[in-house]
Unconditional design. Structure first.
Length: 331
């Protein structure tokens, strides 16, 4: 992709949680530059704000996945109300994904072990529960914070479905995998593998990747139709929701970790991402996932999103560079 200085300047004028990633992955800044920016997450902007909201018992909003005051019978629990994103798991997800060094959270793993229980059956926090997505988040967050999550890692082996993916509704009897669940599990497994250097779950991850790649990240295998309207829609924060962009960004990270070229079956998703680019080079926020938040970290629907533009550019840069290299080798 050609160097676009105005677009890069716009992306760099952002919170440290985003800026350091732009410096590393888009503008190619030296490590000393982006590492210094990354270190500011703990003391400036979104990261500092979220850290300041942590409770003395190690939690956020008094709960593991839902805030303590969440009414499971009230309006906030309605099907179209989304869900709150203020509790512990969501705070940890954001801080980890933004790249916060875990040092400011020293002692949090122990506090959560002592004080936090899942809303499902009052299970201990670092033991996980029955939801694939929740367990994937907890696996990654546990590795990041130094908790013992070996049991959760093995849990995924036992709960991979026959079609090679996962579904959070398995506990209700579902035997067909979900795009959402499978992607979230893959992200958790990759984080665990990259952080620990352990490869015993590689086969699980490869099988799960095949589930999505067989469907080209977009389609039902049975009919070839787009799986649902959410697949080609781009929203940040990603939360637990699937999108072609969220999935393509995962496959970029996985390919770089594994040292392999982009899989050709990503081509349709790459085309969807490319086609969503606006004339000014940006990508638009398409909606906001409903639900309570501590504060907004991206723009309203219909506005150019720095976060989505960053993720899209990163994916396209990787894809285009790999194919340019292949073409050069063939000439």
């Amino acid at each position: 992709m050609a160097l676009d200085l105005p677009l890069h300047s716009w992306l760099l004028d952002s919170d440290p949680a985003l800026r350091w990633q732009v410096e590393r992955d888009i503008t190619g800044a030296p490590p000393g530059v982006w590492e210094a920016t990354r270190a500011r997450i703990a003391t400036e902007g979104f990261g500092a704000q979220l850290l300041a909201l942590q409770d003395l018992d190690g939690q956020w909003a008094g709960g593991a996945y839902f805030p303590k005051d969440f009414d499971f019978e009230g309006p906030e629990a309605a099907n179209d109300a989304g869900q709150p994103y203020t509790a512990t798991t969501w705070a940890l997800n954001m801080l980890r994904e933004w790249g916060l060094d875990p040092a400011p959270l020293a002692g949090t793993a122990e506090l959560l072990a002592a004080n936090s229980r899942w809303e499902y059956d009052d299970l201990p926090y670092w033991d996980g529960e029955v939801d694939c997505c929740i367990n994937a988040f907890t696996l990654a967050n546990g590795v990041w914070l130094g908790a013992d999550v070996a049991g959760i890692a093995e849990w995924f082996r036992e709960h991979q479905l026959a079609d090679d993916g996962w579904n959070c509704e398995w506990v209700a009897g579902s035997t067909r995998s979900s795009f959402h669940s499978t992607l979230n599990v893959l992200k958790g497994l990759l984080y665990h593998q990259a952080a620990t250097g352990q490869d015993e779950l590689q086969t699980l991850r490869s099988r799960g990747e095949e589930y999505l790649l067989t469907r080209k990240l977009l389609y039902r295998e049975s009919t070839g139709e787009v799986v649902a309207p959410w697949a080609p829609r781009f929203v940040y924060p990603f939360r637990w929701f699937y999108s072609a962009l969220n999935a393509a960004d995962y496959f970029r990270a996985a390919a770089l970790h594994d040292g392999v070229a982009p899989d050709s079956r990503l081509a349709d998703a790459i085309a969807v991402i490319r086609s969503a680019r606006q004339p000014d080079g940006t990508w638009l926020q398409e909606r906001r996932h409903p639900g309570r938040v501590w504060f907004e970290v991206d723009v309203d629907a219909g506005q150019p999103s720095k976060w989505l533009t960053f993720h899209a550019l990163r994916v396209l840069d990787w894809w285009d560079a790999a194919h340019a290299a292949t073409k050069h080798q063939q000439e």
